[in-house]
Ligand binder design. Structure first.
Ligand SMILES: [Zn+2]
Length: 696
């Protein structure tokens, strides 16, 4: 394989690439020897005939690990240069370590073989297009991958063995430190220890991580955190407690005093360098040594905490993305997004008159940091508006339009189909013609026969292509719609409102139907509630909904009625106003008919003067005032009013009479007998002020 015959003038015209890679800085700094070996390789290339200006060094990957070629730009460049046919030879120390993964290495070999590029290392020169050389190079690659595997297995195996004895150092959770004998003990800092205990105690008492956060926030207690990186690494700072920290504490079995290792399994994802971690069930943990050191809680308490957290999580599903439809009545459960922060909103229910009423609430920060909820929106109005929009979007007219568009597209496809079929037909005729011509030629006329055969072959190839294309096109057209299909779709549409509005349709089914049409719904509470429906397929619909009334607002007398009362109060007593309002079928904020008492309450609430106050302001007189003005006894004044001599009204429901201030001559103190007619008196009660004035 060292035969110099492998190097041809064509190789020498191209460039010689020297690929340099040393995986760690340690090697870069200390392994001076390899630099010398690389110069050696250069000299060998020159001895084989390359000029020194033809030798290019690729050393971008210095200090990068060889585990995968996908991140190393130098290796990529090398592959590209080889692929472009610019490389005559690729050189390196132990070439098989160019790429530590077998696939990268074999790809490089394949490309070298295709581009007729040689490979040179300290052992010799190889031509990857020769079977023997390639076999050898392949083996070298496999061996070096195996070496890497063994190396890693040894490292990890050593680590696990150490962990099995409970001796592997793992960063201690807050509340613990290592002592001088490498044993984990409670943190001697009293404040840290007590705060950690307080979290467990508070959770034991109230059973909710969220409320532990709230308790800490309300009491102003800070939680210790050990800085891991930065110039202050190792120091402890006290910060407000956050929800995820409580969860870490509660989920961490090490607080029971157990030594635990290997609770997660990692999995690399090909695209990018992300690593996914998966939590393992307890019986798959690699190492589990109970009571290895003092615990903050018992193992039983840890288990019961896990059960409590699981139960809580069913209700507090903030971390759920687009959750599956559940039983509750909230239509948008699982697909509702907060318009302020973009997080999923969750559903809370309260019961009103025996019915569950949903509320959409965005609480991520509220749970995490015990802050007020981001948004709270009553569900009833929103659900109804969205239902309405969905039913409106799926009308017979809109579906007819969609079906028409579908038909149009199908008609266009049918046209294309005809063209394709014609194309196939023509190709077949041409192929048959070519075959016919070939058959006619005499066998001894070789030259003509060869030409005709080539033409025949060409025609057959064209026919095969046309047939393939036709098959491809007609396959995508497989979903033609029959008349029955059409009718079924149309009847579905007319049935939808019935099914949707049927109270016997389970909420879960209604939600499933909704999800067939709607991607998600965004809610934003401003001066109105803005609803944005994002339909499947990307179209959006914006809707507005007035803010729902608050509880006192719901009981409040409507503003129009208050104004009506204000107008009536200048002429009518409370009982009269109540009768007037009830005659017009007006109802209070509670939906009840009006009474004198409820009218008085409305007047007092809105500072509307009563008829008495109103008339008094206008100078109307009470019975004693009128009596003193007339120099008569007040019962006489009253009698004058009863008998119609003095203009007066009953100004309240207890019968208080107010007298209009006199303008003309005052009546005499000795009225005749005719004024004693008491039948006038009841009329007073129904007098309105205008009647009195027109009488006057
Ligand atoms: Zn929010």
């Amino acid at each position: 394989m060292n035969a110099p015959g492998k190097v041809t003038p064509d190789h020498l015209r191209r460039i010689a690439y020297l690929y340099v890679r040393q995986s760690t800085l340690h090697q870069v700094n200390d392994n001076r020897e390899s630099t010398a070996r690389q110069y050696d390789l250069k000299r060998r290339a020159q001895a084989l005939g390359w000029r020194s200006d033809q030798i290019v060094v690729i050393d971008e990957d210095l200090g990068l690990s060889g585990a995968s070629g996908s991140l190393r730009s130098g290796f990529q460049r090398l592959v590209a240069e080889v692929g472009l046919g610019r490389a005559g030879v690729v050189m390196g120390l132990e070439v098989s370590r160019f790429a530590r993964s077998s696939t990268d290495w074999h790809r490089l070999l394949e490309i070298c073989a295709l581009a007729d590029t040689l490979i040179l290392d300290e052992d010799g020169i190889y031509d990857p297009s020769h079977f023997n050389d390639r076999l050898l190079l392949g083996l070298k690659g496999t061996m070096s991958e195996a070496e890497l595997h063994v190396l890693r297995a040894r490292l990890i195996g050593g680590q696990i063995n150490k962990a099995r004895r409970g001796e592997l150092w793992i960063r201690p959770p807050i509340g613990y430190i290592y002592n001088a004998h490498q044993q984990m003990i409670f943190d001697p800092d009293e404040q840290i220890q007590r705060t950690v205990r307080l979290v467990f105690e508070t959770f034991r008492r109230i059973g909710s991580a969220e409320r532990v956060v709230r308790h800490f926030a309300a009491e102003g207690i800070l939680f210790p955190r050990r800085l891991v990186t930065g110039p202050r690494a190792g120091e402890v700072v006290f910060v407000p407690l956050e929800h995820y920290r409580v969860l870490h504490l509660l989920h961490n079995p090490r607080y029971t005093g157990a030594y635990v290792y290997g609770r997660t399994r990692q999995r690399k994802v090909v695209v990018g360098a992300t690593i996914h971690y998966r939590r393992l069930p307890r019986d798959e943990w690699k190492v589990f040594i109970p009571n290895a050191y003092p615990g903050y809680i018992s193992w039983e308490e840890f288990d019961s905490n896990q059960a409590k957290l699981r139960a809580n999580a069913a209700g507090y599903g903030w971390d759920r993305r687009r959750s599956p439809p559940r039983e509750g009545v909230a239509l948008l459960q699982g697909i509702v997004v907060c318009g302020r922060c973009g997080r999923r909103m969750r559903v809370q229910y309260h019961v009103e008159k025996g019915h569950p009423i949903p509320t959409y609430i965005c609480v991520r920060d509220a749970i995490q940091k015990s802050e007020p909820a981001c948004q709270t929106i009553l569900g009833t109005g929103v659900d109804e508006t969205v239902s309405q929009a969905v039913l409106e979007s799926v009308t017979p007219a809109s579906v007819d339009l969609a079906l028409e568009v579908f038909e149009e597209l199908r008609a266009r496809k049918a046209e294309l189909d005809r063209l394709h079929r014609a194309q196939v037909e023509r190709s077949r005729q041409e192929a048959e013609l070519a075959q016919h011509q070939f058959m006619l030629v005499r066998p001894e006329n070789r030259l003509v026969a060869d030409t005709l055969e080539r033409q025949w072959n060409e025609k057959l190839r064209q026919l095969a292509e046309a047939e393939q294309e036709y098959a491809r096109v007609s396959e995508s057209d497989a979903h033609a719609m029959s008349k029955e299909d059409r009718q079924r779709i149309q009847s579905l549409v007319t049935d939808l409102p019935q099914v949707w509005n049927n109270p016997r349709t389970p909420s879960r089914e209604r939600k499933r139907m909704l999800r067939l049409l709607v991607e998600d719904v965004t809610l934003l509470r401003e001066e109105v509630i803005r609803i944005q429906i994002r339909w499947k397929g990307g179209a959006t619909t914006q809707l507005k909904l007035p803010l729902p009334l608050s509880a006192p607002d719901l009981r409040r007398t409507p503003a129009g009625i208050v104004e009506f009362v204000r107008a009536l109060a200048t002429e009518q007593t409370d009982a009269q106003i109540a009768r007037t309002l009830n005659a017009r079928c007006l109802r209070s904020g509670m939906g009840m008919p009006f009474t004198a008492v409820s009218v008085r309450r409305v007047r007092q609430a809105y500072r509307i003067p009563s008829l008495v106050e109103h008339l008094r302001r206008e100078g109307w007189l009470t019975a004693p005032e009128m009596a003193s003005m007339l120099h008569v006894h007040s019962s006489t004044a009253k009698r004058f009013a009863q008998e119609g001599v003095l203009p007066a009204v009953r100004a309240d429901d207890r019968g208080q009479i107010l007298y209009q201030p006199p303008h003309g001559p005052l009546p005499t103190a000795h009225p005749g007998k005719r004024f004693r007619d008491r039948r006038v008196y009841p009329k007073l009660a129904t007098h309105t002020r205008n009647e009195v004035q027109s009488d006057a």
